[in-house]
Design a protein around this ligand. Structure first.
Ligand code: 13P
Length: 248
């Protein structure tokens, strides 16, 4: 039985004051919901998360990492730096990184390797654009994104990753994938994982992301292959984020 996992992706939002209010609201509202919970925050706020979340059930992580360990890579953040601030997770290949920073499937795969090597849990994000869905390419696209990662990681590391299916057309648009569309994609992705490591594929948490809200979370989470959510906008308000966790 896979444990449910809800991760908030703050994207480039937050301030120290707003973060304190949000984090304390989340911690205060968390009961024993039976879901794992984390926030992936802008790198400058990792120290704040470490200070304010240590000793609580809420984990924290980064939104990106460098493939390099250290050196002359201005602006980049290494896996070791994330670990230095107690991070557990790191997003790899979010569609906004792929779109705005031209991250290729191969680069995302290398980032996943760097995260795994450091002992961070990579949350590998895949998803098709609206044009790709309309052209009937969804499975080809998400398969290629995932395969690039599976080709370079060890079979035993499959169990250490989290996968997130985030259809680009559903992100920040209010247009959530239907539970059936999401379930079909998740099942397909689990089958791809099974080609690499069948036993691990059954244990990997596959999160859905894209306009998930308290109102639609329950139906999505009820699907057999949806193991949680990667939440953008609704992760910025404690009541909404808690509402999604509660829906689990
Ligand atoms: P929204 O929940 O705002 O659609 O964002 C989803 C997302 O991109 C999470 O990584």
């Amino acid at each position: 039985m896979r444990h449910k996992l809800v991760i908030g992706n703050w994207k480039m939002n937050g301030s120290r004051a707003a973060n304190t209010a949000l984090l304390s609201g989340i911690v205060a509202g968390l009961n024993d919901f039976g879901a794992d919970c984390a926030v992936c925050v802008p790198a400058p706020y990792l120290a704040q998360c470490q200070a304010e979340l240590a000793g609580t059930p809420v984990r924290w992580g980064g939104q990106d990492l460098s493939v390099h360990a250290c050196g002359a890579y201005t602006g980049e953040v290494s896996a070791a730096m994330l670990l230095d601030f107690g991070a557990s997770y790191v997003l790899c290949g979010h569609s906004e990184r792929r779109a705005y920073h031209h991250e290729s499937d191969e680069l995302v795969a290398q980032k996943t390797v760097a995260a795994l090597a450091a002992g961070l849990r990579p949350v590998v994000c895949v998803g098709e654009s609206l044009a790709q869905r309309e052209a009937g390419q969804t499975e080809d696209v998400i398969c290629a994104q995932l395969r690039a990662v599976l080709e370079v990681i060890a079979a035993e590391d499959v169990a250490k990753m989290v996968l997130a299916y985030e259809p680009v057309w559903a992100i920040g648009t209010g247009q959530t994938a239907t539970p059936q569309i999401a379930q079909d994609a998740h099942r397909f992705l689990r089958n791809c994982l099974a080609d690499k490591n069948a036993a691990a594929a059954a244990t990997v948490q596959i999160l859905y992301g894209g306009s998930m809200k308290p109102e639609n979370a329950k139906e999505l989470m009820a699907q057999p292959d949806i193991d949680g959510g990667l939440i953008g906008g609704a992760a910025l308000k404690a009541t909404d984020f808690l509402g999604i966790i509660q829906a689990v």
